[in-house]
Design a protein around this ligand. Sequence first.
Ligand code: NAI
Length: 214
Amino acid sequence: MSNREISTAVIKRLPRYYRYLGELSEAGVERISSRELSQQMKVTASQIRQDLNNFGGFGQQGYGYNVQYLREEIARILGLDRTHNMVIIGAGNLGMALANYAKFERNSFRVICLFDSNPELKGKEVRGIPVRMIEELPEFLRENSVEIAALTIPKEYAITTAKILVENGIQAIWNFAHTDLNLVVPKNVAVENVHLSESLMRLSYNLKTIENEK
Ligand code: NAI
């Protein structure tokens, strides 16, 4: 089965499998049954088996899953088996926080430059990663191999900037600006919208539910 046919629900769960398998691998665990994995992840064992069967299973009856092998296979499916260069557009609070987070590199994402329109940030660095002026973006993208752009600028500039990114070869946008880019970005460019406030609202709902049950 090609990855394209796999449901988005399964794809959404894969990063979580990948994270758990990474923790198991670091703890020296070599193999795990779907039952043990399900207890740790709080997902049913049949869900795990069903999910992984999408990719050929990887498990063996009576043996379980080889942790390292399964992790590598999931990494391959998620495209984490190679490095993706990324730029961050907007070197404000959020952009700087993302650039400061070194663990992205462990997961194959390498931030190579930040861009901002504020001249005061020109020449600044974060973890050795330079901040350049936004006017330099098209030339930079032409001269460097960059697949992903994180968009951490005010929403009123998001659409114009997304167009510039696409025109200059960006293939994926990690969009934090609260604007729907799907209408302006062609279908062959991947967009992943992130909304921390939506996650917080779900937390609020769950909090309310727990309080009501008391
Ligand atoms: P900030 O004001 O600290 O940083 C924004 C940066 O963008 C500034 O350095 C500014 O000079 C720069 N900028 C403005 N226009 C630009 C342009 N056209 N090109 C390049 N750089 C430009 O703001 P903060 O807190 O970092 O938030 C950034 C964006 O992310 C906002 O749109 C905010 O609403 C959004 N946000 C989204 C979250 C989410 O969960 N989706 C969470 C937090 C913020």
